[in-house]
Design a protein around this ligand. Structure first.
Ligand code: AMP
Length: 213
């Protein structure tokens, strides 16, 4: 199954994507994670993406399509994948559909994490992220350590979780990503809304339910 997770920044796509991937035993493909690792490692991809990411802007569609081409063709994605943070523009929706079609596949489900904007601002401004495993934490301070995932990391405040960048990301979501909802309504599959407010377990149960689990 190829499942696209849609929703604004801070809606919980990454966290729920991780849980769904473990539950369905498929990889999570998160372009934001790939880009942050590239920035951290100083690769050409990272150097190209960093300025846009820090501002809260999107990186160019061609860059994202390059990442997706490799990720979707990988043998680990043969059984399916959870797409987290991609698809973010209608050209990306076209591009992913074409790549999947070349592989004889298609997007099987689109889940839209639904949440009010004031809750997003509250969540993102209180978020720290592990620089090793990329897990988000709420109510923990930058500089604390994270031992999850077997790697010891340090909690940092993502540059794009600073207030100006958060405002920018929400605007980018409204302008460039929300049209993707209509794109899927037109092309299929049907977009299923999930109430993203609640405990991790509650939101996960809602997502699994609409996926038929
Ligand atoms: P995320 O971790 O999904 O919030 O992504 C962090 C940042 O990476 C975004 O604000 C964008 O700058 C960039 N990014 C991640 N995925 C995409 C995408 N599919 N299209 C364009 N930019 C992306």
């Amino acid at each position: 199954m190829i499942i696209v997770l849609l929703g604004p920044p801070g809606a919980g796509k990454g966290t729920q994507g991780e849980r769904l991937a473990a539950r369905l035993d498929v990889p999570k493909i998160a372009t934001g994670d790939v880009l942050r690792a590239a920035v951290r490692d100083g690769t050409p991809l990272g150097l190209e993406a960093k300025a846009a990411m820090d501002r809260g802007d999107l990186v160019p569609d061609e860059v994202i399509m390059g990442i997706m081409k490799e990720a979707l063709a990988s043998p680990t994605a043969a059984k399916g994948a959870i797409l987290d943070g991609v698809v973010r523009t209608t050209p990306q929706a076209d591009g992913v559909a074409a790549m999947l079609s070349d592989l004889g596949r298609q997007v099987d489900a689109v889940l839209l994490f639904d949440i009010a904007e004031d809750e997003l601002v509250r969540r993102l401004s209180g978020r720290t992220t592990c620089d090793a495993c990329q897990r988000p934490f709420f109510g923990r301070q930058p500089g604390e350590s994270c031992e999850a995932d077997g790697k010891v990391g340090t909690l940092v405040r993502r540059k794009d979780d600073e207030p100006d960048a958060v405002r920018k990301r929400l605007q980018v979501y409204r302008d460039q990503t929300s049209p993707v909802i209509n794109w899927y309504e037109d092309h299929g599959p049907r977009v299923v809304r999930i109430d993203a407010i609640g405990s991790l377990e509650e939101v996960e149960a809602r997502a699994l339910h609409v996926l038929g689990y």
